[in-house]
Design a binder for this molecule. Structure first.
Ligand SMILES: O=C(O)CCC(=O)C(=O)O
Ligand SMILES: [Fe+2]
Length: 307
């Protein structure tokens, strides 16, 4: 699974050992996904605070009052894509500081860093809110999260992307669990319409507070929600820093955010070690000087510190 053994990611490996995640990584390697139990992910209070904050944001956007045991609607909220039984809240990193903390969750960071060779960058942080209904078409919305080349192919020698969902309500098949095709990450292409076969798909059932983590090449979607009430999650989609992010993140990072989160790790996760997107004055190297990874520094043919 490791793309480039030349990169020294010994600190990530130490984190994986101390968080006891090697077996989970071996599942990601074999099956394409893994479930980490709540006790390894975060405490109950963190889960409840995130859930309450998401409910508050969703209520403000929809104009509805939400109750976990009742179905809902998107109300005044228009952001696409949405269906008659699902909407998605976007750009949560900027919605509250609890999400800045979540981005640095040790389990999320260790697994994503491992898969992406210590070059993980946040692509998007969202919440899928579902209630009773089909949500996707018959093929359960099967897709891989990795951006394909034009012919649909995905990288086979390394990972460009990985995703994780923090389950804020229970995931059972009837509650609209994540649907996955185990081992499909090894096929290294996006699924086609006729790739969908009921027998290949399994639900990933997990209690609230669990983290489901998957390789960006894994074919996945979701089961229809057959029960009343809400299914709520928090997804943290990470890509290798050379890939264009889904959300515009680095330009929106404020000095207050950096004051609250002074680590290099935070700055790298939000893409500040990236000089692309420059204008006629050429690249601003400060991000790389301040936050660049050793690997990035090695690639320079001149010493950025002399600039
Ligand atoms: O839970 C779902 O509806 C699918 C989520 C998904 O595809 C994703 O987070 O990448
Ligand atoms: Fe997805």
């Amino acid at each position: 699974m490791k793309a480039n053994t030349l990169i020294d990611n010994s600190s990530t490996e130490e984190a994986i050992t101390s968080l006891d995640l090697w077996e989970n990584l071996s599942e990601v390697d074999n099956l394409g996904y893994t479930v980490i139990p709540p006790c390894k992910v975060a405490d109950e209070k963190t889960k409840n605070t995130i859930l309450d904050k998401i409910l508050e944001i969703a209520e403000a956007k929809t104009g509805n009052s939400l109750d976990l045991s009742l179905n809902s609607s998107a109300g005044n909220y228009k952001a696409l894509p949405q269906t008659e039984s699902q909407f998605i809240l976007f750009s949560l990193l900027f919605a509250d500081k609890i999400f800045e903390k979540w981005l640095q969750n040790p389990v999320v960071v260790a697994l994503s860093s491992y898969l992406l060779n210590d070059q993980a960058q946040l692509s998007s942080m969202s919440s899928f809110i579902k209630w009773k209904g089909k949500n996707y078409k018959d093929s359960m919305g099967l897709h891989a999260d990795t951006q394909p080349s034009p012919n649909g192919l995905l990288p086979s020698q390394w990972a460009d992307a990985c995703n994780s969902v923090y389950c804020l309500t229970d995931y059972t098949e009837d509650d609209g669990a994540l649907a996955v095709v185990p081992k499909s990450h090894k096929i290294c292409r996006q699924p086609k319409q006729d790739d969908f076969n009921d027998k290949d798909v399994v639900p990933v059932e997990a209690e609230a507070g669990s983290l489901i983590f998957w390789h960006g090449n894994l074919w996945h979607g979701a089961y229809p929600k057959k029960t009343d009430g809400l299914r709520i999650n928090l997804t943290t989609f990470m890509t290798h820093r050379r890939i264009k992010t889904q959300e515009n993140i680095k330009d929106k990072i404020t000095s207050d955010m950096l004051k609250r989160n002074p680590s290099k790790q935070f700055a790298r996760l939000v893409g500040l070690n990236d000089s692309n997107g420059y204008g006629e004055n050429g690249p601003d190297m400060n991000g790389i000087i301040n936050y660049g990874t050793e690997d990035q520094m090695k690639r320079f043919t001149f010493n950025v510190k002399d600039l």
